[in-house]
Design a protein around this ligand. Structure first.
Ligand code: SAJ
Length: 414
């Protein structure tokens, strides 16, 4: 068996490495030559615990190699980005481009799996792109044309725990045909120890979106409570902890907003598919998207009497203990704060980010500092990400400073 994995990002590369680690010959494909070169040298172009050792092991065993174009293979796994447009509809151009690149390589009998999170109906669109280029092949063998199998197998691993969850999580496997679902389940069975749940492609597409929308709605509830509590003068952390003593209540934690490329995006695909019936899902998105501005207002308020305030902003990534700054509310908050108060000096610290992201680098009043130094130099401290590394900050240094703790990180100290 030879598997080609198209897209060597946060999902594609771990999938390629785990397949190869289980003895499958894998070709990783990415348009970016820098990523291809890194992988061929056994290096990982981003941070994910334990991924490096899997990639370097698979490459040195000769089971994993990377190229910029897809080879002929028995199975293809498409794990390319599905960003969304301004109008919140999905951008399928990467999926279409992957389908067009695969089509010339096919001879019939191949399995093509879409892993990218996509709106319902996308697996069928991908199949149509391939088949319109290859009318000599078919979905059902009609007129003696060889069969292609298409399936959607959404990935549900949690960044930071990818190498564990990829093996242990259950998988939803949705085929355009039953045969495709069975073939895809067999491929994932080479490394996945969780249960395989077979269904059709559109239900699998929807299931993935629903999981993330479920979490978004629940986080929105917590974030809405944090805003209500702040206007009522109630401590939201105590409030939620008390309410959670009820046997059927389990409220999530408020934060500075919802980031990452999944939870902040996927619910919009449901809204776009049926705008009239998606009121709760849409409102939850709006609540979570509004949270960063509330945090900015709160910070500007605590420094309003200081002429040239110094603000320490702790954390830039979209959640704790990872290096991913995509769609990070922390980055938005620092940017909004810096633009809203040009007299403020903002000292940003994040041991996982390493440096300022492109959105912040051009701002002359934003600087990258070490966390404890930033706190000591600051009039006000805003905690944006609950990185374990911030436990090293001596809580005593917070005593004479104004603190905005968006994660309840120091709830017992301040
Ligand atoms: N967050 C809160 N409060 C909470 C929990 C999370 O504010 O109580 C925030 C986080 O800080 C972060 C955002 O929500 O900004 C999302 O973080 P997350 O840890 O909930 O999820 P992701 O984006 O890292 O991964 C999610 C997971 N989906 C679900 O848990 C339903 C993961 O399993 C998916 O594979 C992933 O999305 C994906 O790729 O779709």
């Amino acid at each position: 068996k030879h598997v080609a994995v198209i897209g060597l990002g946060y999902i594609g590369l771990p999938t390629a490495a785990i397949l190869a680690g289980n003895g499958v010959r894998v070709t990783g494909v990415d348009l970016n030559p820098a990523i291809v070169e890194a992988v061929n040298q056994g290096r990982v172009p981003f941070v994910e615990p334990d991924l490096g050792i899997h990639v370097s092991g698979a490459v040195s065993q000769g089971l994993l190699s990377a190229h910029t174009t897809p080879p002929a293979a028995d199975a293809y796994i498409v794990a390319v980005p599905t960003p969304f447009h301004e109008d919140k509809t999905a951008d399928l151009s990467y999926i279409r481009a992957a389908a067009e690149a695969i089509a010339p390589q096919l001879v019939g009998g191949e399995l093509i799996i879409l892993e990218s999170t996509s709106p319902p109906g996308t697996t069928e669109i991908m199949a149509n792109v391939v088949l319109s280029q290859r009318p000599d092949l078919s979905l059902d063998g009609s007129q003696g044309r060889p069969v292609l199998m298409f399936a959607h197998c959404p990935e549900r691993v949690l960044p930071g725990r990818i190498m564990i969850e990829m093996v242990s999580n259950d998988r939803i496997v949705g085929g355009l045909t039953r045969e495709a679902a069975v073939a895809a389940a067999a491929l994932y069975g080479t490394f996945c120890q969780g249960n395989m749940h077979l269904t059709d492609a559109a239900t699998a597409e929807m299931a993935k979106l629903v999981e993330n929308a479920y979490r978004d709605v629940n986080i929105a509830f917590a974030n809405e409570l944090s805003m209500i509590s702040s206007s009522l003068g109630i401590n939201v952390w105590d409030l939620i902890e008390l309410a959670n003593h009820h046997p059927r209540v389990n409220i999530l934690q408020p934060g500075p907003g919802v980031g990452g490329h999944c939870i902040a995006v996927d619910p919009w695909f449901i809204v776009a598919a049926d705008p009239a019936n998606s009121n709760l899902i849409r409102s939850a998105r709006q609540v979570n998207d509004s949270k960063p501005s509330h945090v900015v207002a709160e910070i500007l308020d605590v420094v309003r009497d200081i002429e040239l305030p110094t603000i320490a902003a702790l954390g830039l990534t979209f959640k704790a203990n990872i290096d991913d700054m995509r769609e990070s509310p922390a980055v938005d908050i620092v940017r909004e704060m810096a633009l809203a108060n040009p007299n403020a000096r903002i000292l940003v610290a994040d041991p996982h980010a390493g440096a300022l992201p492109v959105e912040l680098a051009p701002l002359s009043n934003v600087m990258f500092w070490e966390a404890s130094d930033a706190v000591r130099a600051a009039d006000a401290v805003v905690l944006l990400v609950d990185h374990d590394a911030f436990r090293e900050i001596d809580p005593a240094t917070l005593e004479n400073r104004k603190v905005v703790d968006t994660r309840g990180f120091w709830r017992d100290q301040t």
